[in-house]
Ligand binder design. Structure first.
Ligand SMILES: [Ca+2]
Length: 159
């Protein structure tokens, strides 16, 4: 056994040198990735929500990706929004994933737990109309943490 190892040792050293070089390259690549600031970390809380929109954020405190919802025009009848089939800007499904929101619309909003909140009343949260910039945060440890990842549909009203 020892004899055969010694015989192969020049080959093993070469392989080891190649592996070491590959590992060094991999480590260098990793540290480059780690040192680059991520887009998420650079975003301010509740960032980039248009001045007329309701934005649902994937993470608490207005962090993470978001869904930008356009309210109906002023004076319109109320309008339901169903989150099944909708996605955050990062492509992930939005149903039962809202952890905070910002209402820049002038509409009032009712948030429902049920996917069809108009058919199965399950009101869990609301925003009064004419209250631009209202935020609710469902982060762990906040008073509304029990609402985290529950919103499945909502209704714009009094727009
Ligand atoms: Ca739900």
């Amino acid at each position: 056994m020892l004899k055969s190892l010694r015989k192969q040792s020049p080959m093993n050293h070469k392989a080891l040198r190649l592996l070491t070089a590959a590992a060094a390259t991999a480590v260098a690549g990793t540290s480059l990735l780690l040192s680059a600031p991520s887009a998420t970390a650079a975003n301010a809380p509740y960032a980039d929500c248009p001045g007329w929109a309701l934005c649902l954020y994937q993470d608490g405190g207005g962090a993470g990706s978001k869904v930008i919802l356009t309210p109906p025009p002023t004076g319109s009848p109320s309008q339901m929004v169903y989150l099944i089939g909708k996605h955050f800007l990062n492509g992930q499904a939005a149903d039962n994933q809202t952890s905070s929101w910002l209402n820049n619309s002038q509409c009032g909003i009712e948030f429902y737990d049920d996917p069809n909140g108009d058919l199965h009343p399950s009101l869990i949260d609301s925003a009064p109309s004419w209250n631009w910039g209202l935020k609710h945060d469902y982060s762990y440890g906040t008073p509304q943490a029990y609402l985290n990842d529950r919103v499945s549909s909502l209704r714009f009203y009094n727009c």
